[in-house]
Ligand binder design. Structure first.
Ligand code: NAP
Ligand code: MG
Length: 502
């Protein structure tokens, strides 16, 4: 790795001039107090293109001193600034403007996302970027629909409630859907009148930083959104611990989620956690097989399996276990693994060397445990980049490590089951509870199972549907609090009861 990154080489294949210009425009800075500033320490870190392991860009490494500075600006913006007291219709206009700007720059953002994260451009263009714009647009409408209640008080009293913003919100996001996660966090917080400090993941800071530029372009009042790039221990932990941050919203690993919760006790800040999963995807013989195979493929191989709600445990009724896993393996093999900037590519590299080693480690563990890789089971043939072949493990037992731990890679663990009860029992036999799916033509069975599964989202005859209008979040150790839909309004508001003596 050279000291001066060569954008031409690291981003080869990118078509968007704007994306290239963004990368070339020097080391990226922190967005604090309405300005782009270097980290106080002067430190930077590299962000890589995981498809060729070359440096795309240097990024400021913010830490406690920068977080402290941002919190000062945030507090001032919240207590004295225009944002919290702005009329709701005007807040709507800002959020709509941000949505429009994301769409206007969709091609550039999609290429930046693919370069930084490695996901196929097909997905960045069709899922991540439009999803981010849609999330801002959805919450734009909420600003003017946040109601309190009038309560049935005594005749001598008038009692009503106000829903008020929580204040300064720290938001820590992962690398798997960088821009989309930024939108899930920022949009509802702004709709409710909060100010935010966002920390993107160290592996994928670029689209959040570009979003920061677009937010400045939208004219949003100063310091309402600030962005601190840096590492978890450092920037992240300083946010989690900060005595003047009122709320932290976190998406990432269950392990770090627990650290966030512990760190929050200093000032009892509000916490919402969106954590890992090991979601059961249950297939009955009466399902439409073609769609079940296709849906299961998407469920585990989309975004290289780096999805918190991935259908990583595929439960197949024993009478059709071989036939179904054959079809899934065949479909896995047909996925084009390669350069994520090409429109025909359906699987790119994993996000980082660390993730690559972790997933390859799980492939070895699976084989040692006695599972058989029907397809895949090894790294990709590419000379460079963090590629892993899509893998379908058969002969898996729910007690194996590959069925219990979140691999966060393109690895399906196919497990046989006997009947409905067995499917539900095994499906729920996990410490996680983020999502689940069931495939059957029997409507009553589908609904019974949807009720019995302990998961925050259940899909019937589909997988991975997500819409900003519907809540998303976990049971058990997949976290608490619900993002999206009207439920995110609860996360970002607090309720005040007002009594008036008449
Ligand atoms: P992670 O450490 O949980 O990262 C998520 C975010 O938390 C990042 O912004 C990270 O910063 C930050 N962070 C890390 N340590 C922190 C701390 N002590 N205090 C505050 N913030 C902290 O996840 P990862 O290490 O990238 O991935 C490890 C595993 O987590 C994956 O293999 C997967 O199983 C799981 N994961 C789950 C999700 C999900 O959507 N549920 C997403 C990503 C990963 P830095 O990146 O800068 O360190
Ligand atoms: Mg990167």
């Amino acid at each position: 790795m050279g000291a001066t990154p060569s954008v031409e080489s690291a981003a080869r294949g990118a078509k968007s001039q704007a994306a290239l210009e963004f990368l070339k425009s020097g080391p990226k800075k922190l967005l604090i107090g309405g300005k782009w500033v270097a980290a106080k320490s002067g430190k930077t870190f590299e962000t890589l293109n995981p498809a060729n392991e070359e440096v795309l860009c240097l990024v400021a490494e913010g830490d406690k001193a920068d977080v402290d500075e941002a919190v000062k600006h945030a507090r001032k913006a919240f207590e004295e600034g225009k944002w919290a007291t702005m009329g709701p219709h005007q807040r709507t206009r800002y959020l709509l403007k941000i949505a429009d700007l994301i769409e206007k720059h969709a091609e550039e953002l999609a290429e930046l996302e693919t370069l930084d994260n490695g996901k196929p451009i097909f997905e960045s263009k069709n899922i991540d970027i439009p999803g981010a714009a849609e999330t801002f647009r959805y919450y734009a409408g909420w600003s003017s629909k946040i109601y309190g209640d009038t309560n049935p008080s005594d005749p001598g009293m008038f009692n009503f409630t106000l829903r008020e913003p929580v204040g300064v919100c720290g938001q820590i996001i992962p690398w798997n859907f960088p821009l989309l996660m930024a939108a899930w966090k920022i949009a509802p917080a702004l709709a409710c009148g909060n100010v935010v400090i966002l920390k993107p993941a160290e592996q994928t800071p670029l689209t959040a930083l570009r979003l920061g530029e677009l937010i400045l372009e939208s004219g949003l009042p100063e310091s309402v959104v600030q962005i601190i790039t840096g590492f978890g221990p450092g920037a992240g932990s300083s946010i989690a611990e900060h005595p003047d941050i009122d709320k932290v919203a976190f998406t990432g690993s269950t392990e770090v989620g627990k650290l966030i919760l512990k760190a929050s006790t200093g000032n009892l800040k509000r916490v919402s956690l969106e954590l890992g999963g090991k979601s059961p995807n249950i297939i009955f013989p009466d399902a439409d097989m073609q769609s079940a195979v296709f849906g299961s493929m998407l469920g585990i191989f989309m975004n290289q399996g780096q999805v918190c709600c991935a259908g990583s445990r595929v439960f197949v009724q024993e009478s059709m276990y071989d036939q179904f896993t054959d079809s899934l393996a065949q479909m896995a093999q047909s996925l084009t693994l390669g350069n994520p900037l090409e429109t025909g590519t359906r699987m790119g590299p994993l996000v980082s060397k660390e993730q690559h080693e972790r997933v390859l480690g799980y492939l070895e563990i699976g084989k040692k445990e006695g599972a058989k890789a029907k397809v895949g089971g090894e790294a990709g043939n590419q000379e460079r980049g963090y590629f892993v072949k899509p893998t379908v493990f058969t002969d898996v037992k729910n007690s194996m490590k590959i069925a219990r731990e979140e691999i966060f890679g393109p690895v399906a663990a196919a497990i046989p089951f006997k009947d409905e009860n067995d499917a539900v029992f095994q499906g729920n036999d996990t410490t996680y509870g983020l999502a689940a799916a069931v495939w059957t033509r029997d409507i009553s069975r589908a609904h019974k199972i949807a009720r019995a599964l302990k998961a925050g989202t259940v899909w019937i005859n589909c997988y991975g549907m997500i819409d900003p209008m519907s809540p998303f979040g976990g049971y058990k150790q997949s976290g608490f609090g619900r993002e999206l839909g009207k439920y995110a309004i609860d996360l970002y508001t607090q309720i005040k009861s007002v009594y008036t003596k008449l």
